[in-house]
Ligand binder design. Structure first.
Ligand SMILES: Nc1nc2c(ncn2[C@@H]2O[C@H](COP(=O)(O)OP(=O)(O)OP(=O)(O)O)[C@@H](O)[C@H]2O)c(=O)[nH]1
Ligand SMILES: [Mg+2]
Length: 290
């Protein structure tokens, strides 16, 4: 089904990057199952023009598959409000999370073609397309502070990706380093350790620690939801869940739980607690890029 993927009333756009078969589609399903307020879950596709073609010619556009989760607003459920404030119960309930469209757009896995650089250049074009489209609305002379304000306060009016979930299976490969290095200054990069149920708890902590070291060594900046990188490193040393790279499993155990998975925490951070951090980090990237 073709759904308009231009920015809607309140929207978040998550990119799914990495290799083929790492669990991207399963991730979206599990992400959706962590939410109680989804009212539709529909396939979508996003078309962006190939860099050499005008956007008016759809035959030369690149089509990317995706999923849109449309959610209902979440209301304040705290029953502590004084009955004297609203004795007849006439005040509308307070919305704490607005209704949203949450789009997941999948870029092809880099092993999908004989030459992985085809995938990398597609992602490169995708990011540049959104940065160009967003910045072209403004005069080049607009002060950075005003641009940042628009990008954050008016985040529904543009279609910049909120962040990119980058899936890694077992180990960061040289191609992952190249891929991440290519994108980290243009999109909020959130590394995901996929299929966590296939590793022991100890192996997961070793991998988390090693991955952070490799990212640092290669000067790859990840989005940390407002934490400084030293805090993230310390959390990993202390074996405290809740910081990137996020360990994710989409396989439930016999009790219907996600074993050794930071999925629920990731959903809380991305949708409720730290949306503003994602938007601010995005705005910083646009300003640095233009
Ligand atoms: N053990 C385990 N298997 C998983 C997990 N997530 C996905 N899989 C399996 O991995 C395979 C690929 O999963 P998908 O979700 O289709 O992966 P994908 O990245 O969307 O694959 P492509 O779209 O083909 O690139 C399927 O057989 C899934 O059942 C997981 O958390 N643990
Ligand atoms: Mg898939």
């Amino acid at each position: 089904m073709a759904v308009d993927t231009t920015a809607s009333a309140a929207s978040l756009r998550f990119l799914l990057l990495g290799d083929i078969g790492v669990g991207k589609s399963s991730f979206v399903n599990t992400f959706a199952s962590c939410l109680e307020n989804v009212h539709t879950n529909s396939p979508i596709h996003e078309a962006i023009p190939t860099p050499s073609s005008p956007s008016s010619n759809p035959s030369t556009a690149i089509h990317l598959p995706g999923v849109r989760l449309s959610t209902n607003p979440v209301f304040h459920q705290d029953g502590t409000a004084s009955p004297f404030d609203d004795p007849l119960g006439l005040l509308p309930p307070k919305v704490i999370v607005p209704a949203r469209d949450i789009d997941f757009i999948t870029l092809p896995g880099y092993s999908a073609t004989i030459n992985p650089s085809t995938t990398l250049s597609l992602t490169d074009d995708y990011l540049n397309h959104h940065l160009h489209t967003t910045t072209s609305i403004f005069s080049p002379a607009i002060p950075s502070s005003q641009l940042a304000w628009f990008l954050i306060a008016g985040s529904h009016a543009h279609s910049l990706p909120t962040c990119a979930f980058y899936f890694v299976l077992f180990e960061l490969k040289p191609i992952d380093i190249i891929y991440m290095k290519m994108i980290h200054e243009r999109v909020n990069l959130i590394p995901i350790i996929a299929k966590a149920d296939t590793l022991s708890k100890n192996e997961l902590w070793v991998l988390k620690k090693r991955m952070l070291r490799q990212l640092k060594l290669n000067q790859i900046k990840i989005h940390t939801f407002g934490m400084d990188i030293e805090t993230v490193e310390q959390m990993t040393i202390d074996r405290h869940w809740g910081a990137p790279p996020f360990v994710v499993s989409t396989r439930e155990d016999a009790n219907g739980q996600l074993p050794e998975s930071e999925m629920k925490r990731l959903v809380e951070l991305c949708l409720y607690e730290r949306v503003r951090d994602l938007q601010e980090d995005s705005a910083r990237k646009v300003i640095a890029w233009r």
